[in-house]
Design a protein around this ligand. Structure first.
Ligand SMILES: Cc1cc2nc3c(=O)[nH]c(=O)nc-3n(C[C@H](O)[C@H](O)[C@H](O)COP(=O)(O)O)c2cc1C
Length: 192
């Protein structure tokens, strides 16, 4: 089993990466493979189509998804929002019914608003949302700050443990003949 993790920060090995690495460590200890993919500047420098195609391809194989973002002006980064808008419009079939979690990193404020934005993509696409023992946030300006955020680190570890459990339950369900419900033909109504 594999979990794809997207790092929506401009900084490849910053606070968001540090938080995602902690989730990855616990997933790996539970026998689940992980890949942390850095979004970088490709979302906004004209390469978004290639980038989203690459992520969609990875999600065909992945069993779960974690989206990490630093807080920029009390929201996720413009880069990750650009990616998610495109990804969830074009690759929903490869996302639905796969467990997902959002992680936010901030120096001080705006974390829960950031989580709200990201979680809405998951619930739009019938992805079971994995929770932890608090909201999935860490605080820091540098990776060392995040490592010193003892509570934040524990939240990441519990998130990894809970996601591993959910993935294993889904796998056990499939082995017992319990398949995820089929997608419905969506009804779209407009109110004018
Ligand atoms: C453009 C920009 C906007 C930011 N806005 C906020 C904010 O609204 N609230 C906050 O607490 N930190 C804010 N920060 C700080 C980052 O969210 C914080 O340092 C984060 O942990 C950095 O994660 P990273 O190292 O993965 O990029 C901002 C940073 C930048 C570059």
């Amino acid at each position: 089993m594999k979990v794809l993790m997207l790092n929506g920060s401009r900084r490849e090995k910053g606070c968001t990466f540090t938080a995602l690495s902690e989730v990855a460590k616990v997933l790996n200890e539970s026998g689940i493979e992980t890949e942390i993919m850095h979004i970088g500047k490709d979302a906004v420098n004209g390469n978004i189509n290639t980038l989203v195609k690459e992520i969609a391809g990875k999600m065909k194989e992945a069993d779960g998804l974690v989206i990490g973002s630093p807080v920029y002006f009390a929201s996720p980064t413009g880069e990750i929002i650009a990616v998610l808008d495109r990804l969830f419009m074009t690759a929903e079939a490869d996302l639905r019914m796969k467990p997902a979690a959002a992680v936010a990193s901030a120096r001080r404020g705006g974390t829960t608003a950031t989580l709200d934005v990201i979680n809405k993509y998951f619930t739009y696409a019938e992805m079971p949302v994995v929770s932890s023992r608090y909201w999935n946030i860490v605080h820091g300006f540098t990776p060392d700050d995040v490592r010193a955020d003892e509570e934040g680190i524990q939240i990441m570890q519990v998130l990894g443990r809970n996601m591993a459990w959910m993935l294993k339950c889904i796998e056990a369900g499939k082995a017992a003949g319990i398949e995820p419900p089929a997608a419905v033909k969506k009804i779209f109504t407009n109110f004018i």
